[in-house]
Design a protein around this ligand. Structure first.
Ligand code: GLU
Length: 593
């Protein structure tokens, strides 16, 4: 067998990759005068990523999608704040500098390891469907699904935001710093301006037509009708005002009062595609604590967010099936390892499409799906030598006998992942989103509103059989977000997660395999060239050595597509020291001390 993935992870040659990483981050270093160029730590973190090396620290670490956001969180940790405090600062800045991915108008899931109690907690800050929705929200007059962007752009797709409530709840439970002190960096950056990053500029340009539909959004992102340019210093005084209200009044300042009123008005008056979100939806919004979903893999517990996310269950199913196969002995260069990973993933996605949704609304076989006996049965299907020709959902043990049809939700990648370890030993893994890039494209009070409702299946039934992930009032759309903490002997050893729509699941699962089975360090594990299979086609990351898997995978019977695979993995490994890794495909860094 030809050595395909050789030494593991470096996608391009070392020099080319360093050059590419530097190209991607350089404009930020050059333009963010005060905040970046003077920070030796940030320059070192950027260099570390460009060199493919993890950042190593003793006390704390943050890995997230933008240096300004990481720096804001670092400032909190340096003054004794907890990981929950730092998250509030990081999220506040991400909502400003990476508005296309996450913010106050979106939703998020958080996994928390509490050092004092040794407990793992998962909090669900997912958006909810308005109480006034009907099953035909995303269907035309003939009952056929709307085209994706016809559904996304405008008020129809906007769910009740959960991120502000999640920030407040995390701070209530685990915060150590005063709440108002967590917004200083974001307010200063919003008022004084920040340099538009190359990624934000590129995405604005790509999406200019849709962004131009709504005057508030257009005025901000397309000033004078032209897309924002990288390096331009952009101010967002409306966002600074909103943050002041949030800092002063807490979540009430968001879910009631003038901010809430503006959200409702913006959704209800969205030209051409209004929505039905109401003041009551905002007023009754609640964070839900859920039981973590954990699966044993190579003597570790891989733990994450259960329903309404399909993340931990699907990652857990993939790893649970692969437990039976010695991937370490095969190594990352072995095509058979990728056959096993790809088909384990296809089997898990078949179960995901059939069974996974908001378990507050539909009974789910949550335990049955990750029951070791069930996974062993599914794993036996992988024992052949060729790609599986029939992929069907299995029959996990169910508490109720139910008949579900397969889901048809479309998810397109945006989103952001934050991993934090604080000096007290707490660990946070949070994936946060407005769903599609720029969400619904509606903006109010300096932030964008999500389009999370399009994560529901547009059809409610298939041949008369209900779909578990159909839209219902108050329900949370099924997610793929997979914020994960890996535990070993009761202690956390890895925090990881990624954006990427339903490919998130594959990004997280393969990075965990890279780290656990193939012995890669945390930077190598997030940089590993992607080979992802969800529904049959094997997606291989273009311009990387993974593309060389095309022929051998085709020979095994797979359809293959070579394409860009834009993950945004941010991971922290906790051992005798703390190591952070940031995805070279995005603008983030890991920073620690
Ligand atoms: N809305 C998606 C989800 O919740 C995430 C979108 C993305 O990562 O790009 O699963």
């Amino acid at each position: 067998m030809k050595n395909l993935l050789l030494t593991c992870c470096v996608v391009l040659s070392g020099a080319a990759q360093a050059q590419q990483a530097t190209d991607r981050v350089a404009p930020e270093t050059a333009t963010n005068g005060q905040l970046i160029a003077e920070s030796a730590e940030i320059l070192a973190a950027l260099k570390s990523k460009a060199d493919g090396q993890p950042v190593v620290a003793e006390n704390w670490m943050i890995a997230a999608a933008n240096p300004l956001a990481v720096e804001a969180g670092a400032a909190i940790l340096r003054t004794g704040g907890s990981a929950a405090d730092a998250m509030v600062a990081v999220q506040s800045v991400l909502g400003l500098v990476e508005p296309q991915s996450s913010g106050l108008g979106g939703g998020a899931f958080l996994v928390w390891y509490d050092a004092a109690s040794g407990e793992l907690t998962t909090l669900d800050g997912r958006e909810t469907a308005p109480l006034a929705v009907t099953p035909t929200l995303f269907q035309n007059d003939d009952g056929e699904p709307l085209k994706f962007f016809d559904a996304v752009v405008g008020g129809r797709s906007v769910g009740t935001p959960g991120t502000p409530a999640l920030m407040a709840e995390a701070h209530r439970r685990w915060g150590r710093s005063p709440w108002p002190s967590l917004f200083g960096s974001a307010i200063a950056l919003a008022e004084d301006g920040f340099a538009v990053s190359p990624r934000l500029a590129a995405l604005v340009e790509f999406d200019a037509e849709r962004l131009a539909r709504f005057p508030v959004t257009a005025n901000y992102l397309l000033p004078d009708g032209m897309p924002l340019q990288a390096g331009k210093v952009l101010k967002n005084p409306a966002y600074a005002d909103t943050l002041r209200i949030f800092a002063d009044k807490g979540e009430d300042g968001f879910y009631t009062g003038p901010v809430a009123a503006d959200i409702i008005r913006t959704v209800a008056t969205a030209a051409g595609n209004p929505g039905v979100l109401s003041q009551l939806d905002l007023a009754i919004y609640q964070i839900r604590e859920r039981a973590p979903v954990c699966v044993t893999y190579r003597a570790h517990e891989v733990c994450g967010m259960g329903p309404p996310s399909s993340g931990a269950l699907t990652v857990g199913q993939i790893l649970g099936m692969l437990e039976a196969y010695d991937l370490a002995a095969m190594g990352p260069s072995n095509v058979d390892a990728w056959r096993l990973i790809g088909d384990a993933s296809r089997l898990a996605f078949a179960d995901r499409g059939r069974y996974m949704a908001d378990s507050d609304f539909v009974p789910m076989p949550t335990k049955g799906l990750v029951n070791p006996a069930y996974l062993a049965e599914r794993a036996a299907l992988l024992a052949g030598e060729m790609a599986l020709t029939d992929i069907a959902p299995g029959n996990p043990e169910f508490d109720h006998a139910l008949n579900w049809a397969d889901d048809e939700a479309i998810e397109l990648p945006s989103t952001s992942h934050i991993s934090i370890v604080d000096a007290y030993g707490n660990v946070l893994s949070m994936t946060t989103t407005v769903e599609n890039a720029f969400g619904s494209r509606l903006m109010t009070r300096g932030f964008l509103l999500n389009n999370e409702l399009t994560d529901f299946s547009f059809r409610s039934h298939s041949d008369g059989v209900p779909i578990a992930n159909r839209i219902e009032p108050g329900k949370r759309p099924r997610s793929s977000m997979s914020p994960t903490i890996v535990m070993k002997d009761g202690a956390p050893v890895l925090a990881i997660g990624s954006p990427g729509g339903s490919r998130i699941i594959g990004y997280v699962a393969t990075s965990i395999i890279a780290w656990l089975d193939w012995g890669m360090d945390v930077q190598q594990a997030v940089s590993i060239p992607h080979a992802i299979n969800r529904f049959g086609t094997y997606d291989l990351e273009e311009e990387t050595i993974a593309a060389e898997l095309q022929e051998p995978l085709e020979a095994l019977g797979y359809k293959v597509k070579v394409r860009g695979l834009n993950s945004g993995l941010h991971a922290i490994a906790i051992g005798p020291d703390i190591k952070g890794g940031a995805d070279p495909r995005r603008e983030g860094i890991a920073l620690g001390e």
